[in-house]
Design a protein around this ligand. Structure first.
Ligand SMILES: [Mg+2]
Length: 362
C-alpha cells in the first residue's frame, strides 16, 4: 500500500457554547483535515487544529509544514514501513507538532486498514470503555455553577473546571461549584498556566483547607517553569497534572526525572502523534506516574485516535475527550461513539472512521 497523494481540507463545526480558558476563547472548531491517498484507493485521515497560543501552530504553519516539508518526502512510501516513514516525518521539520500529529494519525489509520484491524488492537489494547470528563469554561461564578449543574444533570460524573483568570475569583468559583454539585462529583481544576507558583500554592491550600475535595490541579504555572511546577507539587497534597509543560517525550523524561508533577496530560497535538505518545506512556508507566488523555478543540477524527491510544494504554487512567460533545454537529461518521460520558470504538479497521462530511477545499 503506497502513498500516492497527501492533501488538506478544512472542516468547521460551531460549538454549542463559546469555550473559554485562561488562554483563549473559541466559538467553533476549525481544523485542517489531512487525507493520505494510497495506490489501492484506501484513504487515511488525520487532523490538526491551529491552537497558536498552546502549540504555536497556525493554519498557515500547518499547511506549510505538510505541503512544503512532509508531503514531498512521503509520496511513494509503503505503509508497510510505518516506523521508517514516521522517522522521516519527525526529521522533516523541527517542532510543528500539530502538522506531524495529523500525518502520524493518518498513517496509523492506514496501517490499521492495511492490516484490517482496529488501531487499538494493533497498539496492544483490549476493547474497553473510555469515560470522559466534561469541561466547564471559565466565566462568572454563577454561570459556571449553572453549566456544572447542567452537565451533572446530563450524567457527567467528572467535571474539569477552567480557572486561572483571576486568583481571587477562582477561589469563589471553586467553592460555589463544589457546594452546588455536592460531594459525589469528581472535580478537576485546570488553571492553564494562570498562576504564579506561590499563588498556586495559596489557592490549592485554600481548596484543601475548605474541603473542596479537588481530584487534581492541571498546569497551575507557566509551561516552561518546571522548577515552579515542582515546587507546587512538592508543597501541596492535591495531585498536580502537567499539561502545557509536556509536549515531547524529552519533556516527559525531564518532568518524570525531576518528579515535577504527579500526572501527565498527553495530547496528540503536543506530542506530534501516536508514536511519541506511546513513548511518553512507556516512560510514565516505568515511573509509576499515571496519564490523562486530552485534546485541543478538535473534531472527532483526532479525538478518535486519542481514544484508540487510551483504549490500548492502561497507564492512561483519565480521559478529557469532550470536544465532540461541545460541538453542535458531528460530521464524522464512525470512529468514537458517545453515550453521555462513555465513549466506545467500533471494530472497523484503523480509526474506524467511514466518512467525513462537510470538508471544504483550503
Ligand atoms: Mg489543560
Amino acid at each position: 500500500m503506497r502513498i500516492q497523494d497527501i492533501y488538506l481540507r478544512q472542516l468547521s463545526i460551531p460549538l454549542k457554547k463559546t469555550f473559554k480558558t485562561a488562554l483563549r476563547s473559541v466559538s467553533e472548531v476549525t481544523t485542517n483535515v489531512v487525507v493520505i491517498e494510497t495506490d489501492n484507493g484506501v484513504c487515511g485521515y488525520g487532523e490538526a487544529p491551529p491552537t497558536a497560543v498552546i502549540t504555536g501552530d497556525t493554519n498557515g504553519a500547518i499547511h506549510g509544514a505538510i505541503q512544503e516539508r512532509i508531503r514531498p518526502l512521503l509520496i511513494g512510501k509503503d505503509i508497510d514501513d510505518l516506523g521508517a516513514i514516521l522517522d522521516v516525518v519527525d526529521r522533516a521539520i523541527l517542532h510543528n507538532t500539530s502538522a506531524k500529529a495529523a500525518i502520524d494519525i493518518a498513517l496509523h489509520d492506514l496501517w490499521g486498514k492495511m492490516l484490517n484491524q482496529p488501531l487499538y488492537a494493533l497498539l496492544g489494547g483490549i476493547k474497553r470503555k473510555v469515560v470522559t470528563d466534561y469541561t466547564i469554561s471559565v466565566n462568572a461564578p454563577d454561570e459556571m455553577v449553572k453549566d456544572s449543574l447542567e452537565a451533572v444533570g446530563e450524567g457527567y460524573t467528572a467535571l474539569k473546571i477552567k480557572v486561572g483568570t483571576d486568583f481571587h475569583q477562582d477561589m469563589v468559583r471553586l467553592k460555589e461549584i463544589r457546594s452546588a454539585v455536592g460531594d459525589k462529583i469528581l472535580l478537576r481544576v485546570d488553571a492553564n498556566q494562570g498562576w504564579t507558583p506561590k499563588e498556586a500554592i495559596r489557592i490549592i491550600h485554600f481548596m484543601e483547607d475548605n474541603g473542596l475535595n479537588i481530584e487534581l490541579v492541571e498546569q497551575p504555572v507557566i509551561a516552561y517553569d518546571f522548577e515552579g511546577l515542582k515546587m507546587v507539587t512538592d508543597t501541596v497534597n492535591t495531585l498536580i497534572l502537567a499539561d502545557e509543560a509536556v509536549f515531547s517525550p524529552r519533556d516527559a523524561l525531564t518532568l518524570l526525572t525531576m518528579r515535577a508533577a504527579d500526572l501527565l496530560n498527553i495530547k496528540l497535538m503536543k506530542t506530534g502523534g501516536i508514536r511519541n505518545a506511546l513513548a511518553i506512556c512507556a516512560m510514565a508507566r516505568s515511573s509509576g506516574v499515571e496519564c490523562m488523555i486530552g485534546a485541543m478543540m478538535e473534531s472527532k477524527i483526532s479525538v478518535t485516535a486519542a481514544c484508540h491510544l487510551a483504549t490500548a494504554m492502561s497507564v492512561i487512567t483519565r480521559a478529557d475527550l469532550d470536544p465532540p460533545i461541545l460541538c453542535s454537529a458531528d460530521p464524522v461518521e464512525g470512529g468514537a461513539q458517545y453515550d453521555g460520558p462513555a465513549i466506545t470504538l467500533s471494530k472497523g479497521p484503523g480509526l474506524g472512521i467511514t466518512k467525513i462530511n462537510g470538508l471544504k477545499p483550503v
